[in-house]
Structures are given as structure tokens and as C-alpha cells.
Write a protein that binds this ligand. Sequence first.
Ligand code: GRF
Length: 200
Amino acid sequence: MLKIAVCVSGGGTNLQAIIDAIADGRIKNTEIVRVISNKKDAYALERAAKAGIDAVAVARGDYPDKESFQDALISAVDEAAPDLVVLAGFLVVLPEKMVAKYNRRIINIHPSLIPSFCGDGFYGLRVHEAALARGVKVTGATVHFVDEGTDTGPIIKQKAVEILEGDTPEVLQKRVMEQAEWKILPATINEIAAGKIKIG
Ligand code: GRF
């Protein structure tokens, strides 16, 4: 059984895609052992509660300094003893010691075809605004291993999505989520659980 901890910051639609895929068998032999949010009001926490999944909030404002916040974040992950950490809309730069401790056991979903539109400052709607501003005709999503950089780790899976005439950032974001993110993240987790993708 692959034990996964899912880190979230917002709406949790990627978390929901994982929950649903486990429920309908598209992800086998996997259990979400904890959801960790850096935002106490993240709707993702509601999704976890509805699914009966242990969920904790580790909020920066509850700690006197960055070091103690990072230590609390690492402890929240360690307590769950996951095999795999999944960053699903998680907007915190992971502490280096966490990346080292969970080397090749942390994956992230990014809403573009890396190496386009990624790195510092490229998250959420900003990614789609940049793709539309550049005038690309195709974008998509990427699942990659997390290393010490931002969106720089080895690419695991990608899926392309067409940009249509008149797309707004919001419309494009939804299409990328529906057609790419919510498909390749569950598929990647399933392949890791099946041993088809090696971790660690
Ligand atoms: C999405 O744009 C996703 O691509 C990015 O974070 C945003 C929110 O995701 N990783 P979610 O709805 O919280 O899963």
C-alpha cells in the first residue's frame, strides 16, 4: 500500500481528483494518510474532512520565525510517515532539508509544459496569463519530482492542452485542470503505487 501525504494551499481540486481516483479504482493500492495545508481556510481541508482524511494546517503566522514554521511543516509530514509526498497546489517553497530527506519522494503538479512558464513567480493564474501573453497555441501540465529548485526537478509526466481563440486565463486554467492536471497526477500516483515509476 502506497502511503501518500498531500500538501495543499487552496481549492484542492487536485486533491479531489486523487480522492476520486482512489474511490473509483483509477488509483490502486494507495492511501492518503494526511493532508497538510499552509492555509487554515483552504477549501482543500474541507475536502479532506468530507473524505474522512486526517488533515492539519501548518500556518506561517502561528510560528515566530521561518525556521520554526519549516520544522513544523517537516514534522507534520514525518508524523504521517508517507512513502510519497504530493504537492497539489502547494504554494510554499519546501525547506531544503525536507527535499533532501524525501529525495525523489516528492512530486509536484505544475500547470504548464515545463520548461515553459515555470519557476519563481509562475503559479496559479499567472502561468496561464503568461501563456496567453506569449501567444502559444498549446500549453498543458507537468508532474515532476521536486528538487532544490522551483519546478526544476526531473519531469515524470506531461499532457498538452490546446489554447482556443478568446481564452481568458480563468477559462484556460479550468481546461488545463480538467484535461491535464486531474488526469496526469492520479495516473502518476497509480504508476508509482504499481512500481512502474521508481521513487526514492
Ligand atoms: C492549480 O492551478 C494547480 O495547477 C496549481 O495550483 C492551482 C490550484 O490547484 N498547482 P488546486 O485546485 O488547489 O488543486
